[in-house]
Design a protein around this ligand. Structure first.
Ligand code: GDP
Length: 329
């Protein structure tokens, strides 16, 4: 097929469903495009690919830079493929939006998976707001599922806001930790530990094996102090070595056991849809507020008043929001 050939939505859908990775990549590029006609075509493709029959399992993976995420996904993915799974790996890399550099993407990552027929690895887009990238990733998940990938991994760095987004788009949220250091030292925020369904102390090999086990136990103890929230069980804590592969089969057994909890997954996905509905409304409202030139003038005036001590931010916000509500009637 020629590169620039224009395809119809149906041709995209047929290509995706028949496992054509080139067409899948092109469809994802449409999702990521800022051009209105691309996005419209992407929405048509998505509607035709959407399938609520829950044929796949979505796993979020986070952890500080250097903890071993890509090595772990490479090992885990290879093992899963051996067990007959087809896996997709997507990344949300918040650093690339801020610095135009990247914590996740610069390295050569996941060579084995990238070369495998049964894996699809797609790096994070290099531009866009977190909200935009999160939306793109959720839509990309749907296309990957339509293409027959039954395990979809979404990887992110556990240092920003992106892990909240990943938590709300996956069925299971996995946190990778290092042996020894407490979470503050690892740059992991408490909220991220609370979101995790499964904690894994990686690099449990060589002389760090004992330390990894101690770290595992101290997390088990720490988790006892956390409120249970909606989960029936406390999260499990495992040790593994992404290099040697020791402990990885246990993680896979745990993942496969989770995939069988179809009611739990179904319920979780419905709750996530509610979350994304609200998120979409919030971001659309914010965008339409800041898109109105007249409001921008008023905003500048209010900011000046605040600087001169003539009004409070709350009064100013109230006035601006009233103007906004009037304008949008
Ligand atoms: P990421 O930034 O979290 O994706 O981490 P990488 O997968 O790039 O790994 C960072 C470094 O840790 C690399 O040098 C890996 O070879 C090393 N590494 C990853 N997993 C393990 C492990 O289980 N044991 C040991 N000893 N090193 C590991």
């Amino acid at each position: 097929m020629k590169k620039k050939q224009v395809l119809s939505a149906d041709e995209y859908v047929d290509g995706i469903k028949s496992g054509d990775r080139f067409i899948l990549s092109r469809a994802i590029t449409l999702i990521e495009s800022n051009k209105a006609e691309h996005r419209q075509l992407a929405q048509e493709i998505l509607t035709k690919c959407q399938d609520n029959s829950q044929t796949s399992f979505r796993v979020g993976i986070t952890g500080s830079p250097g903890v071993g995420k890509s090595t772990f996904i490479e090992k885990l993915g290879s093992n899963l493929i051996e067990r007959g799974h087809r896996i997709a790996v997507l990344t949300i890399d918040p650093s690339s939006q801020v610095t135009k550099g990247s914590i996740l993407g610069d390295k050569t990552r996941m060579n084995i998976l990238s070369a495998s027929e049964n894996a699809f690895v797609r790096p994070s887009p290099s531009s866009g707001t977190l909200g935009g990238v999160a939306r793109n990733t959720r839509e990309t998940i749907i296309l990957c599922e339509a293409a027959g990938y039954d395990m979809v991994f979404v990887e992110t760095v556990g240092v920003g806001q992106s892990e909240i987004a990943v938590h709300y788009m996956t069925d299971l949220f996995l946190l990778l930790l290092l042996p020894g250091a407490g979470d503050e030292l690892q740059g992991i925020k408490k909220g991220v530990v609370e979101m995790a369904d499964l904690l894994i102390v990686n690099k449990s090999d060589g002389d760090r094996e004992k330390l990894a086990e101690l770290t595992r136990r101290s997390y088990v103890n720490a988790l006892r102090l956390f409120p249970l929230k909606n989960k029936d069980n406390r999260p499990d804590v495992y040790t593994c070595s992404a290099i040697s592969g020791k402990g990885v089969p246990d993680v896979i057994d745990a993942l496969e056991a989770y995939t069988k909890q179809t009611d739990v997954i179904h319920h979780k996905r419905l709750k996530q849809d509610k979350y994304w509905l609200r998120q979409s409304i919030e971001s659309a409202l914010i965008a339409s507020f800041f898109d109105q030139p007249s409001l921008q003038e008023e905003l500048a005036k209010e900011e000046k008043c605040i600087m001169e001590g003539k009004t409070s931010p709350f009064l100013a916000a109230e006035r601006l929001l009233k103007l906004f509500a009037k304008g949008s009637k």
